[in-house]
Design a protein around this ligand. Structure first.
Ligand code: ZN
Length: 547
């Protein structure tokens, strides 16, 4: 057999118990066909000497937002802002750099994390001055709130005195009752309705920028956790944007894409059959292969811990009576989601608080009981607070709890402040989930956190907050376990373990070449390991001069 590529003299960490390490791998087409001596013996079109570098299966982030992340790369970046003056200055500078000729055009900034400013609210009047009369939209990094200036509020029809509130959201007011410019949850649709759908060119460019960044960081597979509808969608035809990106070679990672449930409409069926929901969001011929495929349907049941909008059983710390809220009435959610399940979809239910998780598990349990299990696992997104009694239920239903270790270094101390000590012990779990026999993937919720997969691995092991304190240390993983999550665990969580996650014959030749294996450096340095190359199906999507 003549193969396309032999990578030799590497230190391949295969994730395969029968041959945990090997020095060579042979690739034919887009798959691994031989390892070790067998690979070296083959005739090949190309041979690359890796000079002892560590090679792992390509990283897989199962909850990221690619279009959203890609658009942030085109907007004013506020991710480093830690004081109001810095925020005003960054926006002023961003406007100057853009030299935007149209005085009516919206200024958009993103990456803003109010936790870093102790939740001080920027002054909408100062923002008006800074923007010289242009409307301003600041997207919070959480995605669950945003801030406008006064010009923008007027543009979307929000008066200074707020007389009515939208369902499932809030137009925030100050002590005098004046709108501050902050819009929470469903209230964000007011600005989104004004500015979206995004132009096709924006979606194209966003996917190109996002997946180029993924490749540089060693990612070969990413799941986009919600597109084409709801507050997370950028345009109703977003799914088709992915297909277009693939066709013109601009998609540098394999993508599993979750349509938001708003893309699904009722599908008429036989009178004896249950009501079903199916896709009307831009699906067309050619969907679904190794490079691009439909994932589960994404459904938001609640909000975020930091916004105090996640639904929790016991009130938030120091917020008497505040239990957060569901994004929709529980019965409406239940029937809609079960219709999607009846239509054959796997479920990805955003459930951050334990009350939201109760509802999510009730729905999934009912769905399994009535319509059976799914090949692609059902999942809950974030599962930040998982009470001890909920672990057994997750395990029994085999629901993947898609936690983000990266939340800990980004805003773990703020989460702890909102939850209080007892619930911190139940939160951002990892060890307990593994011990319960559940697949545990790696995910970042990028751009909610920066998203570097090596940093996510480090956070699984280290669990140190933005303030330097330890966070629920009992849930720590070993480095090898965290690497397993980023590769095998993610493949299992997305129902792809037969195709990827390990460097074995028959699997996709998706690999990341690192200067060193994460277990070979101090834990605090894992994030800084240079990513020397990334291969997708045996072809380089990222390659430095060292390879
Ligand atoms: Zn998300």
């Amino acid at each position: 057999m003549r193969v396309d590529l032999v990578l030799e003299n590497g230190r391949f960490f295969t994730g395969d118990a029968r041959m945990p390490t090997t020095a060579a791998v042979a690739v034919l087409g887009n798959r691994i066909v031989a390892r070790g001596e067998d690979a070296l013996a083959l005739e090949t079109a190309e041979r690359i000497d890796l000079r002892g570098r560590a090679v792992l299966p390509g990283f897989n982030d199962v909850h990221s937002h690619s279009v959203w992340f890609g658009t942030t790369l085109m907007e004013i970046d506020l991710s480093h802002v830690r004081a109001l003056d810095e925020l005003y200055a960054a926006i002023e500078q961003g406007i100057r750099q853009r030299a935007n000729p149209n005085p009516d055009e919206w200024i958009v900034a993103s990456g803003y994390n109010p936790a870093l400013l102790q939740w001080q609210v920027p002054d909408r009047d100062v923002l008006d001055r800074v923007c010289g009369g242009r409307p301003l939209w600041i997207k919070f990094s959480s995605g669950h709130a945003c801030q406008l200036n006064g010009v923008a509020l007027a543009r979307i029809g929000v008066r200074d005195r707020v007389d009515s509130q939208p369902e499932g959201g809030r137009i925030v007011t100050d002590e005098t009752g004046r709108a501050t410019g902050v819009l929470e949850e469903q209230a964000m649709s007011l600005v989104r309705d004004e500015l979206l759908p995004a132009p096709i060119a924006t979606i194209d460019r966003a996917l190109e920028l996002a997946t180029a960044k993924y490749a540089e960081q060693g990612l070969t597979s990413v799941t986009d956790a919600g597109v084409a509808a709801g507050w997370i969608g950028n345009a109703p035809g977003e799914l088709e944007g992915y297909q277009r990106a693939l066709e013109r070679g601009a998609l540098r990672t394999r993508m599993q894409v979750m349509p938001e449930i708003g893309t699904l409409g009722l599908l008429p069926g036989h009178a004896d059959e249950p009501a079903r929901r199916g896709l009307s969001g831009g699906l067309r011929t050619g969907w679904g292969d190794d490079r691009l495929q439909l994932g589960p349907v994404k459904v938001f049941t609640d909000g975020s811990i930091l916004g105090r909008t996640a639904a929790i059983e016991e009130e938030y710390e120091n917020c008497p009576g505040n239990h957060g809220y569901l994004q929709e009435d529980a019965d409406t959610l239940r029937s809609k989601v079960l219709e999607a399940y009846a239509g054959g979809w796997s479920l990805a239910l955003h459930a951050v608080g334990d009350s939201a998780l109760d509802l999510a598990l009730d729905i999934i349990e009912e769905g399994i009981g009535r319509f059976g299990r799914r090949a692609v696992p059902n999942r809950v997104e974030h599962g930040v607070v998982v009470r001890p009694d909920q672990i057994e239920r997750l395990a029994r239903l085999q629901v993947v709890c898609v936690v983000q270790s990266s939340f800990i270094p980004a805003f773990g101390a703020s989460v702890a402040g909102a939850l209080g000590e007892k619930r911190v012990g139940w939160s951002i779990r990892a060890r307990t989930l593994l011990d319960a026999g559940l697949p545990l993937p790696l995910s970042s919720d990028r751009p909610v956190t920066a998203g570097l997969p090596l940093a996510g691995i480090q956070a699984y092991v280290e669990r140190i907050t933005e303030e330097g304190g330890a966070y629920n240390e009992s849930e720590r993983l070993s480095v090898d376990e965290a690497v397993h999550c980023a590769t095998v665990g993610s493949a299992e969580a997305t129902g792809q373990q037969h195709r990827k996650g390990r460097l074995i014959e028959g699997q996709l030749a998706d690999m990341v070449v690192l200067e060193e294996h994460p277990a070979e450096v101090p834990v605090s340095d894992i994030h800084a390991i240079p990513v020397l190359a990334t291969l997708l199906g045996g072809a380089f999507t990222h390659r430095t001069e060292q390879i």
